[in-house]
Design a protein around this ligand. Sequence first.
Ligand SMILES: C[S@@+](CC[C@H](N)C(=O)[O-])C[C@H]1O[C@@H](n2cnc3c(N)ncnc32)[C@H](O)[C@@H]1O
Length: 503
Amino acid sequence: MSEKYFQHRYLAHKYWGRRPWYAMRALIEAHTAPGETVLDSFCGSGTTLVEALATGRRAIGVDLNPMAAFICRVTITPADTDALRQAFEHLRAAVADEINALYAGDGEGIRPAHWYPTTELPVSAFGIMAKDAGMTVADLFTPRNLTAAALLWHGIQTIPCDPVTRDLLRFSFTAAVAQFTKMIRTKKNGTGWWVNAYRIPRTYRENNVWRSFENKLWAVVRMKEETNALLGPVSLSMGDPPEPNAACRLRIGSATDLSFLPEESVDYVFIDPPWAIKYFDLSVLWCSWMGFELPFDQEIFPWQQRFRRDMTQALAELARVLRPGKVLTLNFATRYASVLNEWREAIEATGLEWLGVTPLQQDQLSFVQRQHDTTLKGNYLLTLRKHGSPGARATPAEATPVTEHEIASMIHALLEERGPMTYDQLFQALYPALARRPLACDLYTVLATRFGYSITEGRPYEEGVWHLGEGNAAPPEASNHRVAPRMRGPRREAQLTLPFNGG
Ligand SMILES: C[S@@+](CC[C@H](N)C(=O)[O-])C[C@H]1O[C@@H](n2cnc3c(N)ncnc32)[C@H](O)[C@@H]1O
């Protein structure tokens, strides 16, 4: 495995939308000096925080998902790996034989003797299908694996060990728990939770719970050895408010309220809000075992009525806490005019200066980015800066919308000059010129209705290209899309289809 892509600290526990650590580190080093403070108010599993701390910066992380905060806390907190190994041996002595014995027969008649979660799974594109409404977390397991998982969880909660070690055992459990479920395909390469939703395939594999847990535990030991060496005895505070002198301040809360931070106290901000994934739906499996409540009503998601209001509030808070002259980088991954328009309006409201748009350095695509021809393959970084002089604001944006005709002429000129281009190449070339104006239509719609599309060799790992004239392949349409998540309240036109990508 190449060191560039695979670091133990990012392999131990799954989280969706994790950004490449090397790109995060490059951004942090470009925008701050050692000792300065980096803030990520949608910090997820903590890539920004870990890389900031690894390079001698101070870090502040905020996320509304308690599971994200748990992953950050366990990853960052120094721990004694010998104590973990010892606790693991206690656990083995307490439950391994009993769990392994469950696999001796055909599994008939086995019923759990310990607590297990019965939380209902959400019906959504990221949860279960409507026909399965009422299904609970427990229904994801065979009776035998539910029995084994409940016994293992009981063992983790009760063996003698210190709180940091117990958290590492819980972390190993949640990191492995999808492997205990019926979501694992029988195919040779289908070893993981392969889809961004709860789906039980027609044929599934029933993994041995103890063996899957043990494999994960060793991955967690490797992670801890790596983070202990990388971060040293780092101080972390999750108090309310977090201790201002801690090297890492971590808060479970909404990005819309950063009142625990004083004005002009942060040197660099990186944020990566949700674009195409409902993190809370996907976290129900983990949170149900951990006993965490998910505040669904405050989750930010572009396909919701209140997206612009929430993002405006979140960005206003960031503009408030940023020091004058300092930079804010926003990661985005959406190609929809309606979302881009709301996003742009939220940014304009902050009065921050637009410095430019660049692609995020991301050498590997996610599974979904590879599978779906029409998703934006790349993530983009928008760079903004707070004015050096107090009260100064960016020059107001142009209010004239970019029309379909204007976009078509721009695409035409580009294709004439450069020849066939992928969707991402076109987006990258056009977006900087369009970023500060309202978009009257989707770039993709203009392409699909007015330009040719060809599929290159190697699909789906290669994108098709757009060119002038008639296409020799049908542009990817509905078959590459899944239906957008159901929203409460009135639906908007643009919500009808939603291609999935890595965000
Ligand atoms: C794209 S992910 C961030 C992933 C992160 N960059 C990483 O490397 O793991 C977006 C995050 O926004 C969080 N989120 C959603 N609504 C939020 C809110 N109102 N306030 C703060 N965080 C929120 C989700 O829980 C999710 O962890």
